[in-house]
Design a protein around this ligand. Structure first.
Ligand SMILES: [Fe+2]
Ligand SMILES: [Fe+2]
Length: 500
C-alpha cells in the first residue's frame, strides 16, 4: 500500500440526498475503532468468543476461494479502495491502494443503543432483543438468508465488467461496490453463525454454493440470476436494483432483533456510495448523449460513439420493472406477520406518525379487473410490500429528474420517464397483464407488437456491447460517457485508481 490520504474525507461533489463520494452521512454514536490485528477485523469482540471465532475462521478461506473464482475476473495489482475502520460519526473509512484479494473484509455493527426498544408491532416499547426469540427463529433466519444471498450474487453478475471498463475511475467504483457487497455477505454470515447455531452455519455454506445463473443452484431471487452484460446495465442495476436493497435494508434496520438492526444500519452507510455510482453513472451517460444529440442534431448516435436516448430509456424501463418485482406481491400475509412480530418494519418506521400497530388501518392497492386498472381496499398490514415499493418509486423519480436536467441544459426537448408500475411485471397484481409504459392496459398481441420500442432488443444490447471497449489509461474515458466532475476522495479524475 502506498498512498494513504486522509481517512474518510468528504470530497467535493455531494450527490443528491446526501450521496457523497468516499464517506456516507448518517452520523451517530461514539467511534469504536476496529481491531485490524485480528484475522477477521471486527467490532463485535470476536476475540472473546473462541468458538465463534473458530467457526468464522473456518468459513474465511471458503469466502476467499469464492472471491478468487467468482469475483472480478480482470487481474489487477492494486486498487484504490475504501475500507471501513470505525463505525462512528467521522473517519469511518480509510482509503488506500490495496491488492483486492488482500482487502480486509470484516464484521462491523453500528454502536449499540442500550435504551433501544422495539418500534412497532405487538412488542412495541419492549426492550430490543439481544438474542433471537425462539418463536421467530425460522422467520429471522429466512430474512437473513434472502438478504445475504443477494450480496455475493451481484458480485457474480458483475464479474466480467472490468474487462470493458470505460475508465480506471469507473473500474475502481465497480470494485469498491464489489468488495463491499462481499463485506455485506460477511455481515449476514456473522449473524447466522453467531445467533443461529448449526442451521446458521449450514446456511452460511449455502450462501457460497448457490451461484448467480447456476442451473442447479441458482440465487434465490430472479433478478440476481441475470448476467450484467454491459456498463449501462451496471449503472441501471446500481441505481434501481441496489436501491431496492437499500429499501430492504431500511426495513431490517428497524428490526426488534437488535444485532440485525445494527448490522443493517452500518451496511446502509456503505450503500450510499453504490447509489452514487448508479446515479452519476447514468447521469454521465445521458450527459454525453445529450451533448452528441445537440452537436449533430440527431438521436441516431451509434456512429458518433454515443448511446441513443431511446436505448437508455429502454434499459431504464427494463431495470425498473424487474426491480419492482423484487418487492413481491402488493399483498402478503407473511409481511403482515413479520411486521406484527417486530421483525421487519417500514421504511423510516420511527419517523412515522401513527400507532405503529396498523391494526385497523386500510389502504388501496392496484388491481386489474374487467379490462381496467382499478383499486381494491385491503388491511394496511397486508399491503406493506406496496408501502415500501411506493417509497422506493418516489426515490427513483428523483434520479430521473436529475438526469433530465442534463437534457434540459443541452437545450433538448427530450425527457426520460419512469414507466408505469404495471409495465413488464412478473410478480403481483400486474403479472399476466400487458401494460404499456404509460399505463395503458393492452391485449397481449398489441403489447408484443410494440415491446421492441419499450425494452432493449438483442440488437440494442449488441450495439451497446460494441461500444464497451476498455479504457485503461489514467484520465481516459470511453466515447459514450462523460468524465465525472471530481475524482474519489479529493484525488484528480486522472489518478491511476487501478494498477495492473
Ligand atoms: Fe449490499
Ligand atoms: Fe449495494
Amino acid at each position: 500500500m502506498t498512498a494513504t490520504p486522509d481517512q474518510g474525507k468528504i470530497t467535493g461533489a455531494a450527490g443528491d440526498q446526501g450521496e457523497i463520494v468516499g464517506i456516507a452521512p448518517a452520523p451517530d454514536g461514539p467511534v469504536s475503532i476496529i481491531d485490524y490485528n485480528e484475522r477477521i477485523p471486527n467490532n463485535v469482540g470476536l476475540a472473546t468468543d473462541r468458538k465463534l471465532q473458530r467457526a468464522l475462521q473456518a468459513w474465511q478461506p471458503k469466502f476467499l476461494d469464492w472471491w478468487a473464482s467468482l469475483g472480478p475476473s480482470v487481474p489487477t495489482r492494486d486498487v484504490y479502495l475504501r475500507t471501513a475502520i470505525a463505525v462512528g460519526r467521522d473517519g469511518w473509512a480509510n482509503f488506500a491502494r490495496v491488492p483486492m484479494e488482500q482487502y480486509r473484509w470484516g464484521i462491523f455493527l453500528s454502536e449499540r443503543n442500550p435504551d433501544r426498544t422495539v418500534g412497532f408491532g405487538r412488542h412495541l416499547g419492549e426492550p430490543a432483543w439481544q438474542e433471537v426469540p425462539g418463536e421467530y427463529r425460522a422467520d429471522l433466519r429466512r430474512l437473513l438468508v434472502v438478504q445475504g444471498d443477494t450480496e455475493p450474487a451481484s458480485v457474480e453478475q458483475q464479474r466480467h465488467l472490468g474487462m470493458t471498463a470505460p475508465s480506471l475511475y469507473d473500474m475502481r467504483n465497480l470494485f469498491q461496490v464489489n468488495v463491499e457487497e462481499g463485506r455485506h455477505l460477511w455481515a449476514m454470515v456473522y449473524l447466522l453463525h453467531a445467533y443461529f447455531g448449526r442451521d446458521g452455519r449450514d446456511e452460511a455454506e449455502q450462501l457460497l454454493q448457490r451461484n448467480s445463473g447456476d442451473a442447479d443452484k441458482p440465487r434465490i431471487l430472479g433478478a440476481f440470476n441475470e448476467e450484467t452484460t454491459d456498463w449501462l446495465s451496471f449503472f441501471m442495476f446500481t441505481y434501481f436494483t441496489d436501491r431496492d436493497g437499500k429499501y430492504q435494508l431500511g426495513t431490517l434496520k428497524e428490526s426488534g432483533f437488535d444485532p440485525l438492526a445494527r448490522t443493517c444500519e452500518f451496511m446502509l452507510r456503505e450503500e450510499a456510495h453504490h447509489m452514487f455510482v448508479g446515479t452519476t453513472g447514468v447521469q454521465r451517460t445521458v450527459e454525453r448523449t445529450a451533448a452528441l444529440m445537440a452537436a449533430h442534431d440527431t438521436d441516431d448516435l451509434w456512429d458518433y460513439g454515443g448511446i441513443p436516448l431511446p436505448v437508455i430509456q429502454k434499459y431504464l424501463n427494463f431495470q425498473f420493472s424487474v426491480s419492482l418485482d423484487l418487492f413481491g406481491s402488493e399483498t402478503s400475509s407473511n409481511v403482515a406477520s413479520y411486521y406484527t412480530a417486530g421483525l421487519k418494519g417500514r421504511w423510516m418506521e420511527t419517523r412515522r406518525k401513527d400507532d405503529h400497530l396498523l391494526a385497523d388501518v386500510t389502504r388501496e392497492i392496484p388491481v386489474v379487473t374487467g379490462g381496467a386498472i382499478t383499486t381494491r381496499t385491503v388491511p394496511m398490514l397486508t399491503a406493506l410490500n406496496l408501502d415500501l415499493r411506493n417509497e422506493y418509486m418516489q426515490d427513483c423519480a428523483r434520479g430521473i429528474r436529475r438526469w433530465n436536467r442534463e437534457l434540459e441544459q443541452a437545450g433538448l426537448p427530450h425527457r426520460l420517464t419512469l414507466p408505469h408500475e404495471g409495465f413488464n411485471r412478473k410478480v403481483g397484481a400486474f403479472a399476466g397483464h400487458w401494460v404499456s409504459p404509460s399505463g395503458e392496459l393492452l391485449e397481449q398481441s398489441g403489447w408484443e407488437r410494440r415491446s421492441a420500442g419499450w425494452l432493449p432488443t438483442p440488437e440494442d444490447r449488441a450495439r451497446v456491447a460494441a461500444l464497451m471497449t476498455p479504457h485503461y489509461e489514467p484520465g481516459e474515458f470511453a466515447s459514450w460517457i462523460a468524465p465525472p466532475g471530481v475524482g474519489i476522495n479529493d484525488l484528480p479524475v486522472e489518478y491511476d485508481y487501478v494498477r495492473f
